[in-house]
Structures are given as C-alpha cells and as structure tokens.
Design a protein around this ligand. Structure first.
Ligand code: P1T
Length: 387
C-alpha cells in the first residue's frame, strides 16, 4: 500500500486503509456485508476458506485487520461485545488459575469476575494498579493474567503500562489492557509490552452509539490461535452488519478523537474552575496526580471526565438539568452523555468498594462528544446554575 515500504503509514492513513483492499470481484472500496451464515463447498472436504460464519466471515475479517493495524498488532479478533471479548481471554484459563485485576474497572467487568467466573474456580485479587508494588505483591505462582484499565472507568486512574508488563512477565503471566477509554489514537499498549489489548468497540472505535461490539488485539500467533479457538468453540461473534458499522466508524477515529480530546480538555478545565465541582478527574489536567505518566504514555486524554459534586442530590440535579448531554449509560459516541456511575454503570459493585475507590453517589461522569464546545459549556453552565 505504501509507495516506500520503509516508511510506516501514519495513524490516519491506517484508520482508512489498514487491512482493506477493494473487493476483488467488483472493486467495491468498502468491504461488502457478507450477510450469510454458511458457504457452499465445491466438493466434500474442499472449501474456499469459508465454511460457516461463526468461524469465518469476510466482513468481520476486514474489521479485524483494521483494528490490528490501529493497535500495532498482528491479529484482531472481533466479538459480540466488550464483555464477551474479555470473557474469551478468561476462558483460556482453568479452574485454580489466578487473575490479578485493577479494582476500578467497568462495573460489568468486575461483576463478571466476581459473580460468574469465580464460580467456575478462577480466583481473583483486586488491586490499585496505580501502585506497582501492590500489583507485584498480589502475583502468585498460579497467576496467569494481569488485567488493567487505564484510564479507569470512571475514576480516570492510570497505571504505568511498562511497569505492568514487567511485573506480569516476571511472574510468567500475560498483561491484558482494556484500552476502551484511550483508544489506539491516544495510547497503544502493545508498544509498552502488553500481550492483549481489549476494546468495547461499542464505544470510541465505532463512535456512533449504534452497535454493541468488542475486540481483542494481540501480537503472538499462538495466543491468537488460542483466542480464535475459544471464540469458535463458544460463539460470541458479532454479526456482519455490526462488524461493518464498526469498520465504518473506525475510519474516522483519528478525526473524532482529536475533537473528543479537545472538547474533553475544555470541559475538564471549565469544571475545574467552576465552584460547584469539588474534584475533577481528567489525566490531561496538570492537577491530575498522574499527569506526568499521562504525558509519557498517552498522546491525548479522551472525552471522558468525572466530577465530584459532593452529594447524590446535587449529582441528580446536574444530570437531569442538561439538555445536550443525554442522561445515559455508555460513552465514546459523537453525542455527549452524562451519568452517575454509582447508580448506573457501577451499580453492581459493592457499595463499600465503590466508596473506597471514590465512586460516590455525588460523582458524575461525562462522555464529552464532538458537538460545538461553546454549546456544550453553556449546557453545563445552565445545569450547574440549578444546583
Ligand atoms: O458493553 P460492552 O461492549 O460489553 O463493553 C463492556 C466494557 C468493557 N470495558 C470498558 C472500559 C467499558 O467501559 C465497557 C462498557 N462500559 C459502559 C457501558 C459504560 O457506560 O461505562
């Protein structure tokens, strides 16, 4: 694709072209939506590389090559949701194996670990991965996986990806990084030594709030084969239409993320200066306790901002008072959303654990979209005036 094979393609070019060739039969520049469950085989024991759509689908494969290109990996494996992507990795483990996980993950990830997979004999230890010593101390001989999110949902804590990779590998474990909040435009964990990157493609990668999807990206052929095997054997594949929509969304990731990064920073600064906000959590602010680390391993800080308003009542009045920011779960779409994690995305986390992490009833999370920033600030100003 590149005229000079020595010169790597830039991110924006990869977003549009990585893994994409015009359709060989028609020249269609977008891969067709192969809406089929099965494929005719020319003779018994012979096929054209496609047998059954749980196992192979060309539209899904186009998406997988694209996502692998964006994360700098060699294999992408698409799933029906972010949670099913994470679950597939856990299904490479066996009863008795141990996992160390950041404590402040998306509430649904925590629920799957605590209430589903622990019943099958997988053991979990939850840590504050801002502190590498705490992570190292939690590793055991039977630890197979270290799972982190950075920034975390919704406290926007960071962990040092290079340190996490070293700790995992010293213990013969793999490092899995949930890169949903950052996106590969802002942070590429494989470059810091991570083994597996996971995405809820529902969020920024698709970017238009119209699909539930997930993906894993890895660099190791054997690991990829194992994960393809788990997906084939358990079945959490995305449909071809959804795969196509995520691919279409990913082609504008670089443009959307520039706008999300800009608007996110502007909203974080506005909230920081507003007297109603007690604390603003955004890694792009100089006041974020890990701002130096943010600058070292990220190139932008996304559109995710959390603000502490001091009480559940004030949080409720704020999220019910906005007009442009819609009160809703999820994040990463072009439109701005707002919510109270303690009552919504993290309601499944035990209240005392939530409180200990700062996920209070007064904490409001904003997914800042790419609308006009003047209109967004006016909207927030109006809602805060009503507190
Ligand atoms: O919803 P699903 O596509 O299954 O993805 C789960 C998931 C995984 N990882 C992170 C960091 C996430 O934020 C999510 C989903 N999060 C929300 C729905 C939310 O509003 O935070």
């Amino acid at each position: 694709m590149s005229t000079d094979p020595q010169r790597p393609l830039a991110f924006g070019t990869l977003a549009i072209h990585a893994g994409q060739e015009p359709d060989p039969t028609t020249g269609a520049v977008m891969p067709p939506i192969y809406q089929t469950s099965t494929y005719r085989q020319p003779a018994l024991g012979e096929h054209l590389g496609y047998e059954y759509a749980r196992v192979q689908n060309p539209t899904r494969e186009a998406l997988e090559r694209n996502l692998a290109g964006l994360e700098g990996g060699t294999h992408g494996i698409a799933f029906a949701s972010g949670l099913s992507a994470i679950e597939a990795v856990l299904k490479t483990l066996s009863a008795g194996d141990h996992v160390v996980s950041e404590e402040n993950t998306y509430g649904g990830t925590n629920r799957m670990f605590n209430r589903v997979l622990s019943r099958l004999g997988i053991q979990f230890t939850f840590v504050d991965s801002r502190d590498p010593d705490q992570v190292r101390d939690a590793m055991r001989p039977e630890t197979r996986l270290l799972h982190v999110e950075t920034p975390t949902n919704p406290m926007m804590r960071l962990c040092d990806l290079r340190a996490m990779a070293d700790i995992a590998h010293e213990a013969d474990a793999l490092l899995m990084v949930d890169n949903t909040f950052s996106t590969p435009f802002n942070q590429r964990p494989l470059e810091f030594g991570a083994d597996i990157v996971v995405h809820s493609t529902t969020k920024y990668l698709n970017g238009h709030s119209d699909v539930i999807g997930g993906a894993l990206i890895v660099n190791d052929d054997d690991l990829a084969e194992e994960l393809f095997f788990v997906r084939k054997s358990t079945g959490a594949v995305p449909g071809p239409m959804d795969a196509w929509l995520v691919l279409r969304g990913a082609k504008t990731l670089h443009l959307r993320m520039q706008a999300h990064n800009q608007n996110g920073l502007a909203v974080a600064r506005f909230l920081q200066e507003h007297p109603a906000g007690e604390a603003v959590h955004y890694p792009g602010l100089e006041s974020h306790p890990q701002h130096d680390l943010a600058v070292r391993q990220m190139t932008g800080f996304t559109g995710m901002v959390s603000v502490e308003l001091g009480s559940g009542d004030r949080a409720r009045r704020f999220v019910e008072g906005t007009r442009l920011f819609a009160l809703a779960e999820s994040l990463g779409g072009v439109e701005s959303l707002i919510g109270v994690p303690a009552l919504m995305t993290h309601a499944s986390v035990a209240p005392e654990r939530r409180e200990a992490m700062g996920v209070t009833d007064g904490l409001v999370r904003l997914s800042v979209g790419i609308e006009d920033i003047g209109d967004l600030i006016e909207d927030l100003k109006g809602a805060l005036a009503g507190l």
